[in-house]
Ligand binder design. Structure first.
Ligand SMILES: Nc1ncnc2c1ncn2[C@@H]1O[C@H](COP(=O)(O)OP(=O)(O)O)[C@@H](O)[C@H]1O
Ligand SMILES: [Mg+2]
Length: 307
């Protein structure tokens, strides 16, 4: 079943700016989807529309089968949201803040659950501290604890690791993985490609209010994967010899040639290239290969769109 179903969502802000321009996206139950896009792409707007914080101008959005506008309450009950901006009551104590969030959903008090959440997020020792005494990273943990307090089936994390330290980032990834094992559907927005690469099952790329692509991370990386072979030469050269002009070769510096090839092509051309190099009087000291990352793919997509 699709846990989140977005069809042709549009959002025009007051003043006329179109932040969503017909976005469609289906998110499966239990998956981790990374919504990847540059600043201003519409990530927060899309999440806000799904969570009922902002109303889409047109289109339909369903969560767990409930229309987020018409059946707001049922939809919202399924959703946990970790917002991009820290919005906490500074004088409230950590544990109270989290327990209160649960109460807002009309759920019975559950001290054991709140304790469990606070412990998982390394907040238990800080449970009696006022929010304003916490560091930025700790406040972010409190936001996550709040979002989990009513046991959501879908969790939205809006740029959860922007500006956080390495330790918190790693903790966050571990928490996400644990939630996935509990069957929680997770949508995470990020402009850090390495984050999508590290934890997502699927990647959706958004730019200028439109979803440009949705694909399994692995197949995306494979399908669009280009590899490059770096060749170190024993002697410097000033240009790529004419006899090698048929190859996609770049002279990076005078002893380094870079050959790009498609990993899915029937022949990579490496064997012939090696022979032709030696025919051209060039001697190879060493070679290494590198597979393009999601970053290369992403930059290519977004740049192509801007043209
Ligand atoms: N309340 C608003 N009023 C007008 N424009 C807005 C508002 N919120 C966001 N925008 C604009 O909509 C675009 C998308 O913003 P946002 O959804 O926050 O992008 P992202 O989260 O991908 O960085 C941006 O150009 C932003 O300036
Ligand atoms: Mg945002």
């Amino acid at each position: 079943m699709d846990m989140v179903d977005i069809r042709d969502a549009r959002k025009t802000y007051e003043g006329g700016f179109e932040a969503l321009r017909g976005a469609s996206l289906q998110i499966r139950e239990g998956e981790i989807l990374a919504l990847l896009g540059p600043n201003g792409a519409g990530k927060t707007t899309l999440i806000s529309a799904i969570c009922g914080i902002t109303q889409p101008t047109s289109g339909t959005i369903r969560v767990g089968g409930h229309d987020v506008v018409k059946d707001y309450r049922q939809a919202r009950n399924l959703i946990g949201l970790v917002p991009q901006e820290i919005n906490l009551e500074p004088f409230e104590k950590v544990a109270n803040t989290v327990a209160f969030s649960r109460g807002l959903f009309g759920l019975r008090r559950n001290d054991a659950l709140i304790e469990d959440i606070l412990r998982k997020l390394s907040l238990w020792d800080k449970r009696g501290a006022a929010v304003k005494e916490l560091s930025g990273g700790m406040k972010r943990r409190v936001l996550i604890a709040k979002a989990l307090s009513h046991e959501p089936r879908v969790l939205f994390l809006d740029e959860p690791t922007a500006g956080v330290d390495v330790e918190l980032r790693r903790d966050m990834w571990a928490i996400v993985e644990e939630l996935r094992q509990d069957g929680v559907t997770i949508i995470l927005t990020t402009h850090y490609i390495e984050e999508a690469e590290a934890i997502a099952d699927r990647v959706a790329v958004i730019d200028k209010g439109q979803i440009l692509l949705v694909e399994d991370k692995d197949s995306l990386m494979e399908r669009m994967g280009q590899k490059s072979l770096t060749i170190d030469l024993t002697e410097p050269i000033s240009s790529v010899p004419d006899v090698l002009s048929d190859y996609d070769l770049v002279l990076k510096d005078e002893t380094t040639l870079v050959y790009s090839y498609d990993i899915n092509a029937e022949r990579t051309g490496i064997g012939r290239l090696m022979a032709d190099l030696s025919g051209a009087g060039l001697y190879v000291r060493d070679v290494s290969t590198r597979q393009n990352s999601l970053e290369d793919i992403f930059v290519g997509l977004v740049e192509g769109d801007a043209a």
